[in-house]
Write a protein that binds this ligand. Structure first.
Ligand code: PXL
Length: 281
């Protein structure tokens, strides 16, 4: 997939180091053209700030899609993140049908929850709708909480078994996506990583150091690095690994300031790692 054109669909949180302010620089660091479709404009993200503003852009999406159709624009990869409501999920399906190249990839991060809870504005009816998007995807990238909400399994924060993770993976694959990357997997207090599986395949686990702090925005950093890696022709397993290493580097860069700079990770400082990946290509 040489010189891929990637479209990412998620919100602009003006301040907060998440969604598009992460996806654009991270995907660009792979040398890949990154087109955007903003789903909403928020003054900040919703996790920890109070009084944030939000302008939902659902009404703009059909107009933007029409223009793209007229211009015959298409994409090698479509990667979705934070979507605002069920109508946007239907619109994303239309966008994928109309603009994804035949041999292109559709990557879904079902952003809606973490640490056992839905983010503000999300609920089980949104999770039900998100299942539909996952069923159309080539790769889905849920965290454990999102996985549990997608497949109706009880959330277990820690101390779970390999069987628990395998049950989640198999139920997620049964939704219909070709591959699953399950994030936030940990069987050991010092290691954190991901599990990658395709239907009837063997699970591939990849771990790195567990940084002992919950940072906001790591899901977006991770999924953007997966999408960027896929855009330069890496396999899903390689992409999953590169993204773990990048996210850990970003967390390490953020650790000292974890309380004063609480709202996001300093992924910008870890960008040279991505440059090293593309120079090895
Ligand atoms: O990082 C996911 C995310 C994206 N966009 C907005 C959010 C969140 C998580 O809280 O609030 C607006």
């Amino acid at each position: 997939m040489y010189n891929a054109r990637l479209l990412t669909i998620q919100d602009i949180s003006c301040v907060g180091q998440c969604s598009l302010t992460v996806a654009l620089p991270v995907i660009s660091a792979f040398g890949t053209e990154c087109a955007i479709l903003p789903t909403a404009v928020l003054s900040t993200h919703t996790a920890g700030f109070s009084g944030y503003t939000c302008k939902d852009l659902t009404d703009e999406i059909p107009k933007i899609l029409n223009h793209w159709k007229n211009e015959k624009l298409d994409f090698d990869i479509i990667y979705t993140g934070y979507l605002c409501g069920s109508v946007q999920i239907d619109l994303v399906k239309e966008i994928v049908i109309a603009t994804k190249k035949d041999n292109g990839l559709f990557v879904v991060d079902p952003v809606m929850a973490d640490h056992g809870k839905f983010y503000p504005g999300f609920d089980s009816s949104f999770a039900l709708k998100m299942k539909e998007l996952c069923s159309n995807a080539d790769v889905i990238i849920p965290n454990i909480t999102e996985a549990c909400f997608l497949v109706d399994v009880e959330y277990v924060a820690e101390g779970y078994t390999v069987d628990y993770v395998e049950e989640l993976l198999d139920k997620l694959l049964a939704l219909g996506s070709k591959k699953v990357i399950l994030t936030g997997v940990s069987f050991d207090k010092d290691k954190l990583g991901v599990a990658v599986k395709e239907k009837n395949g063997k699970t591939y686990y990849y771990f790195n150091e567990k940084i002992p702090h919950n940072f906001h925005g790591t899901g977006d950093v991770y999924s953007s690095a997966v999408a960027g890696s896929l855009s330069i022709g890496k396999t899903v397993e390689q992409a999953a690994e590169i993204a773990v290493d990048f996210t850990v580097k970003a967390m390490k860069e953020s650790y000292e300031e974890r309380y004063s700079h609480w709202y996001g990770v300093r992924f910008e400082k870890a960008i040279p790692y991505l440059n090293s990946i593309i120079s090895k290509k």
